[in-house]
Design a binder for this molecule. Structure first.
Ligand SMILES: [Zn+2]
Ligand SMILES: [Zn+2]
Length: 250
């Protein structure tokens, strides 16, 4: 009953009104929508269904191997053919029906209270990485899409991640100048669509020379978006660019 009431009410109030309701009414699981014990967490049943990506993975893009390649630091077939422009990518979860439901609720359902939960998943997925002196930035949204969605889901996760790791966070270092269609097609098509899509704000160009950049997004699809951002960052003088995403299509 309370859940129906909450959903109905949220349809009729503003974004901020909806956030107030989230605090007043019982917490719902981001994945299945039933009651969760704690706000900003998935219920125990949904937690059990999540598929965490574990070693062994491609040392570059984080693609999980079905079998142990027996050699440390192995590359997947795709990275062997062409090494990505970013230095490393890691993801917390496989993108499947369960994780997709969570991501979509977070992205389109105003469930922004889950940013902390996703940031915590990224911390677990990246616990072996050296992030000293790194700068955290999100994959940007085009302003047209930002207006429609009202928030950039990647930026919310990146901000929560930076706070938890006590790292500097720069939300608007990269601007998305081209409105590209949502993730569609293979790597080559995505790369073509993304040509000239990103630009670095001039005022930041002196702030990250030689510095490691942690680029955060919700989903790793083909690696084309991460690659396009890494390319312009490195051309402008950044140090290594490492990608962290909550989920990954495998
Ligand atoms: Zn659930
Ligand atoms: Zn790889």
């Amino acid at each position: 009953m309370a859940l129906i009431l909450k959903t109905d009410l949220k349809r009729h109030v503003s974004h901020w009104g909806a956030k107030v309701l989230d605090h007043l009414l019982p917490p719902r699981c981001l994945s299945c929508g039933t009651g969760a014990q704690d706000a900003g967490r998935v219920c125990a049943d949904c937690w059990k269904k999540l598929t965490f990506i574990q070693a062994p993975v491609c040392r570059c893009c984080g693609y999980p191997f079905d079998f142990d390649p027996l050699m440390e630091n192995s590359l997947c077939g795709s990275c062997c053919v062409k090494i990505p422009t970013f230095d490393l990518a890691r993801s917390a979860l496989r993108y499947d029906d369960d994780s997709r439901r969570m991501i979509l609720s977070f992205k389109h359902g105003d469930r922004t209270e889950y940013a902390d939960f996703f940031a915590q998943l990224l911390i677990q997925a990246s616990h072996q990485l050296d992030m000293s002196n790194a700068l955290v930035i999100p994959v940007p949204l085009h302003k047209q899409r930002l207006r429609k969605r009202r928030y950039n889901q990647a930026a919310l996760i990146a901000k929560a991640f930076a706070e938890k790791k006590a790292l500097p966070y720069c939300p608007d270092m990269i601007i998305r100048e081209k409105h590209t269609p949502p993730q569609q097609g293979n790597y080559t098509l995505r790369k073509k669509n993304l040509a000239g899509a990103f630009r670095i704000k001039d005022k930041y160009k002196n702030d990250f020379q030689g510095r490691k950049i942690i680029l955060i997004d919700d989903v790793y699809t083909t690696g084309a978006t991460a690659g396009a951002c890494a390319r312009i960052l490195k051309r402008s003088g950044s140090g290594p660019v490492e990608i962290l995403t909550v989920t990954r299509i495998c």
